[in-house]
Design a protein around this ligand. Structure first.
Ligand SMILES: C[S@@+](CC[C@H](N)C(=O)[O-])C[C@H]1O[C@@H](n2cnc3c(N)ncnc32)[C@H](O)[C@@H]1O
Ligand code: SF4
Ligand code: SF4
Length: 334
């Protein structure tokens, strides 16, 4: 279902006509009513069942300098999440009876930099054996030894953020070496195919002015080798980066699914508004001192959630510039 949704989204995201059509549909009053109905139902269920996805920022360091990512200019202190913060997070999830739906270990930074990454994955799996564990990675640091670890780990999937179809674009977008990364990727695919590993390998292309002409060739080159490809136009990190498409059309906004469905833990234990709040400008609490559920319902964050629920998103500076609350499509996915 999610795969099909992504395929359809890929098409819309890479077509100006598709986007205009979407805007027309998502302004419709019946669509609006339906999305708000889904939103209320889902949020109510989440609160009753305490079901939330988690991003755990195992590290905020990165070896790349992607032009569309604020990581290299981030002012917040960069570090690796200590075992103390990591274990406290798990302890709180269990004590508070939260039912995690997934763990994404790479909302920011490059997870493969963390020397304790595989230990953290093992601990997560031991505590939550049925929950999806995954991370996005640029894969540039995946040495043969790490490739074996990836294939033998309890990860469900990795999403390789390749973002380019040739060395020149890759260098200018990510400032990394294309040959190294594609060699790592091809070896990882071979290793995975040879073993009985359940690891799924996805590819991601963050479409931008540099790579936009190569999107189709990118898809054709990799589609039979990997388990899925996601293409989405770069977002502006809630206005903190140029959005790259030069558009300033008024796009219909709906409550942000990420805000209501996902809990984010930064390296120091801080719980920010959302994964887009990379600097941690709006913090609800910290796992070392506060309950997770109280943090995501702290006064500051509750106020923002109310503005989303009542359709006053333009009053929130960050959200009014953010792609994640555009068009409400995510509420259509289960
Ligand atoms: C912030 S990165 C962290 C994990 C890892 N360093 C990586 O690049 O996969 C997580 C994902 O965000 C994507 N990303 C970063 N900035 C983006 C932007 N402005 N628009 C769309 N995707 C973006 C990356 O391509 C990657 O897939
Ligand atoms: S997108 Fe990922 S690889 Fe690129 S700079 Fe950001 S954190 Fe690093
Ligand atoms: S819409 Fe607001 S809450 Fe949602 S991801 Fe963007 S900045 Fe965060």
């Amino acid at each position: 279902m999610l795969f099909l949704f992504n395929e359809i989204r890929n098409w819309f995201e890479s077509s100006t006509f598709g986007l205009s059509l979407l805007d027309l549909v998502t302004r419709n009053i019946f669509y609006k009513k339906y999305i708000y109905y889904l939103f209320r139902k889902k949020v109510e269920l989440n609160q009753i069942n305490k079901k939330y996805g988690f991003t755990i920022e195992v590290t905020s360091f990165c070896n790349a300098k992607c032009t569309f990512c604020p990581n290299s200019k981030m002012k917040r202190h960069k570090e690796i999440m200590s075992m103390k913060v990591f274990l406290k997070t798990i302890e709180r999830i269990k004590l508070e009876g939260i039912d995690p739906t997934y763990f994404n270990l790479g909302p920011n930074g490059e997870p493969l930099i963390d020397k304790q990454l595989f230990k953290k994955i093992r601990i997560l799996y031991k505590n939550f054996p049925k929950v999806n564990i995954f991370f996005p990675t640029n894969l540039s640091l995946a040495t043969p030894k790490l490739q074996v670890k990836l294939v033998n780990s309890k990860l469900d999937n990795i999403c390789v953020s390749l973002n380019a179809n040739n060395a020149k674009d890759y260098k200018s977008i990510m400032n990394l070496d294309f040959k190294t990364t594609t060699r790592n990727l091809n070896n990882l695919i071979k290793l995975r195919n040879k073993s009985k590993s359940k690891l799924k390998i996805y590819l991601k292309l963050a479409a931008n002015p540099v790579n936009k002409r190569t999107i189709n060739s990118f898809i054709n080159k990799w589609k039979d080798k990997v388990d899925g490809i996601g293409v989405s136009w770069i977002h502006s990190w809630a206005g903190s980066m140029a959005n790259g498409n030069g558009s300033n059309r008024q796009i219909p906004r709906y409550p942000c699914r990420t805000l209501f469905d996902q809990i984010n833990i930064q390296t120091n234990g801080n719980i920010p508004l959302c994964c887009v709040d990379m600097e941690g400008d709006i913090i609800g609490g910290n796992v070392m001192n506060n309950k997770i559920l109280s943090s995501i319902n702290s006064l500051k964050i509750k106020r923002i959630k109310e503005l989303h629920a009542t359709g006053k998103i333009e009053r929130i500076n960050k959200c009014s510039q953010c792609r994640f609350c555009e068009r409400g499509l995510y509420w259509l996915v289960k």
